[in-house]
Design a protein around this ligand. Sequence first.
Ligand SMILES: NC(=O)C1=CN([C@@H]2O[C@H](COP(=O)(O)OP(=O)(O)OC[C@H]3O[C@@H](n4cnc5c(N)ncnc54)[C@H](OP(=O)(O)O)[C@@H]3O)[C@@H](O)[C@H]2O)C=CC1
Ligand SMILES: CCCCCCCCCCCCCCCC(=O)OCC(=O)COP(=O)(O)O
Length: 307
Amino acid sequence: MGGAVLPLVIGSVGVLLLFQILLHLRRGASVQGVVVVITGASSGIGRECARVFHAAGARLVLCGRDTARLQEVVQELSGNSGDGQRQTFAPSTVVFDLAKADSVGKAAEEILKCYGHVDVLINNAGISYRGNILDTHMSVQRDVMETNYFGPISLTQALLPSMVQRRSGHIVVISSIQGKISIPYRSAYAASKHAIQAYFDCLRAEIGHLGIPVTVVSPGYVRTNLSVNAVTGDGSTYGVMDKTTASGWDPRDVAHAVLKAVHLKSKDVVLAGPLPTVAIYLRTLWPALFFKLMASRARKEEKRKDE
Ligand SMILES: NC(=O)C1=CN([C@@H]2O[C@H](COP(=O)(O)OP(=O)(O)OC[C@H]3O[C@@H](n4cnc5c(N)ncnc54)[C@H](OP(=O)(O)O)[C@@H]3O)[C@@H](O)[C@H]2O)C=CC1
Ligand SMILES: CCCCCCCCCCCCCCCC(=O)OCC(=O)COP(=O)(O)O
């Protein structure tokens, strides 16, 4: 009888410890006072990240193009002092357009002035696209690349030297399942997300040993305004809330997953259901079948448009 008690006590203490660790992870105590920069903080995933990181005690620098919409987020967060268990901070804002190459350097200087350094950069801002390649202006292909690829990598490269100097920092990028597989009528978007994945995989290998982790987060569909704001082949706004978007993940869950990824210093996180996950493996292991499925998907979508 006595022999069974000790393992039971050790087991219970172990479970209790594990519970405490999980609780600690959920609370995100690791970002208390940490300087977190979020691009695209005015809506969708970025706005939810702002809420979640603010509640976890981060000192935020929120970025976007629209002063009024950013101020709305600041107002909301400033009036919300969290659960009272930790100190929260009123966010700072920096307004700039990632697609304007000459504005990013100046914005990085402004960001650094807020707290003197950056602990976590979350490259979240982005735009999607709808269109077939034959009818898409080259200017659209370039514009999507500016916002989704050149903008984030310019900002990253402008902030990196200060992280390297301090031997401290963390770079996060919100990519997409479409950074891993390409689906028809998304050429500009999928290409920009593949480019982002490749760039940050290279960066991870180059700077990991300096104590600066790189996290690529690849969500599936998320319930935001991404499809509404998407650009079409002639440069006009798509303006439609797609069913896939409307029935996607709650952006709050994505934001919590980003916080967890920061805490765990995860390298590559896929946030999607089984089908997209199978598709990623299929693309590598049985590409011929994957290409066939995508071609059939393209024909079906073409037919739907013709009806
Ligand atoms: N929703 C989804 O299904 C998925 C989204 N993602 C990715 O998540 C990220 C966030 O998108 P999501 O929240 O869904 O979409 P939203 O359209 O809701 O948000 C996009 C954000 O990006 C900002 N933004 C867009 N263009 C620029 C620019 N040129 N310069 C600066 N900021 C810009 C917008 O700010 P403002 O317009 O105020 O300037 C806005 O805050 C994107 O990178 C997207 O690719 C990935 C997978 C799935
Ligand atoms: C033998 C078994 C075969 C099973 C594999 C079937 C392959 C199914 C293809 C699944 C495609 C999933 C696409 C997911 C796309 C996605 O989640 O994108 C996220 C976004 O970035 C959304 O942006 P968008 O502008 O496209 O709304």
